[in-house]
Write a protein that binds this ligand. Sequence first.
Ligand code: ADP
Ligand code: ZN
Ligand code: ZN
Length: 682
Amino acid sequence: MSSLLTYASEQPLVPGTLARVPLGRREVTGLVWDADFAALDAAASEPVPEGEERAPLVLRPVIEALDALPPLPADWRALVEFTARYYQRSLGEVALAVLPPELRKLDNTGLAKRIKKKRDHLIPEAAGEPAQRPSLTPEQAAAMDTLAAWAAAPAPPPTLLFGVTGSGKTEVYLRLAEQALAAGKQALVLVPEINLTPQLEQRFAARFPGRRLVSLHSALTPAQRLQHWLSAHLGEADLVLGTRLAVFASLPRLGLIVVDEEHDPSYKQQDGARYSARDLAVYRGHLARVPVLLGSATPSLETWSHAQTGRYKQVTLTERVGRGALPAVRLLDMATVPRPAPRSPPQALAPQLVDAIQKRVARGEQTLLFLNRRGFAPVLHCPACTWKSGCPHCSSFRVFHKGERILRCHHCGTQEPVPRACPDCGNLDIEPMGRGTERLEEQVAELLPGARVLRIDADTTRAKGTLESQLASVHAGDVDVLVGTQMVTKGHDFRRVTLVAAVNPDSALFAADFRAPERLFALLMQAGGRAGRDADIARGSEMWVQTYNPGHALFEALKKHDFAAFATTQLAERESAGLPPYSHLALLRAEAKTEDVAEAFLRAARDLAKSYPESADVMFYAPVPPSVAKVAGFERRQMLIECASRATLQRLLALFTPELPALKNAHRGIVRWAIDVDPLGI
Ligand code: ADP
Ligand code: ZN
Ligand code: ZN
């Protein structure tokens, strides 16, 4: 697990200092770690076999200590150590991966210049008028009293802020940040998506003029990222807003951590060290003894159950601010909707829904149509033979993108122009099957002539700045109907939306992943949360769900906006099935040219793990293919490892994962393996 190397240095080096060192023939940047000299002594005093001489312990010297940069503090190092240990990665990998890449390219002089240049650029900023602070609602005020009291405790407890969408959670974050700043501390605010940072940044910047605020996320240029990171590390930035990687920002005066939309799956890193930024935020708060606030209208079941058992504290906001109303939920039974022809698929939108949208358009109100599938159609097919637009490299279909006239695989990225005729039989009439947002946009425009329709998804927002301008046109009222993927369902404070419709949410009801219902419920609650935010037009705001399963318990709970009821039934199911949070999981994944090799590797890993007595209470499932089994030409298999005790599972993982690299070498044909602790999406 460890990747510590030892070098000689004439001066003592402070742990947390960056240093240029030789590695083989290269020169690399490393980080001075808390030295364990006992290990060196032990190596030197080991008995030497008779007839051999002790090899002298020769250490290569450090080339240069990058001491222009203040050392990374002890609590940061402790966080990195914990991450490496818990997620079964090497210390060096984690430590260097979470630092800005630019940092590794500089020598001490370069670094000193960067820091000086930064300092010269600091303007003694004109402190404008802070944006008006609304007076808190009674609920917010009560929440603040409670939170402020807990925050002042010597070891503040992690707290769930459970508040319906639009209940003013962000105002609570602002007030807590205000208190932290007033006490001379830094506040760290995490958001799930890059596209939510600009609006939050605006709200914080308006409230705290004259305070230094920086963002940290992967869309920054390398130079910006270094600059923002330095601001945080040097203690100049008072507020750091960012996505999951920001949980590793070095903050010498840390006083508050907020995790907004804490349930969001994007807090989990999906490659390298597969960490959960939400869970690490809680750990970091514990290390630094600072309050951690987890905000959500639909908390993760893990967090919810911690709040129920008292491990986390909880404060609740039950009402929307300013008489805004949660939309009435209408379930539209698609089985009863007339079809254009007896055997044809139903239209994208039921006639009743089209009617409801038309009324909104006439009143100048907005509608949001939510469909979690981009592209025109997920498959192109030939009705004359059996040809479908399968991907040659993956066990999936290539998606038809009409505007670009291409077929693209969303798993491996392979794309090609749409064929003029069926590649198998030459038929000229190949047809799209199913529907993505691009097709929905087209159909909505046909069904509602004259309505201004805008689509927002990953395809329309690829160019820098387009998302901002598209959102601005929604806010400006230049859009009647907004069509989008989950990208538009989260966080946005759309004031004129009074109708939200989930066009086709059913597939998630029957997904194999045990978290699929939790995720669907959160997504629908969040989507519904975009409607009825303005009290003047909130009356009559609605959320429609087009479904073939109107009797499903999930929809029943949605109708009542009853997260607690939903969570209670879900948790009961999880408990009886022995699933998280009542058990702990790790997933071992393997990729190989053939499935046999991948499975053999996983079985061998299981046998290896079972050779340790620690495995007695650990359950190993049979290797299975994930939902998309073959990607970019490689077969994927995964094996679930489950244990009621987190500590036991951790002990076992720490014993056998270090042996997996050797096991990989023994299994020729394994391309990649990875261990995922607390996996999401299994
Ligand atoms: P949430 O984060 O819970 O979705 P927000 O904090 O975005 O809710 O609040 C919803 C809306 O209500 C925002 O437009 C916000 O400016 C406004 N708001 C929040 N708190 C108050 C308050 N105490 N008085 C007036 N308006 C408020
Ligand atoms: Zn054909
Ligand atoms: Zn592919």
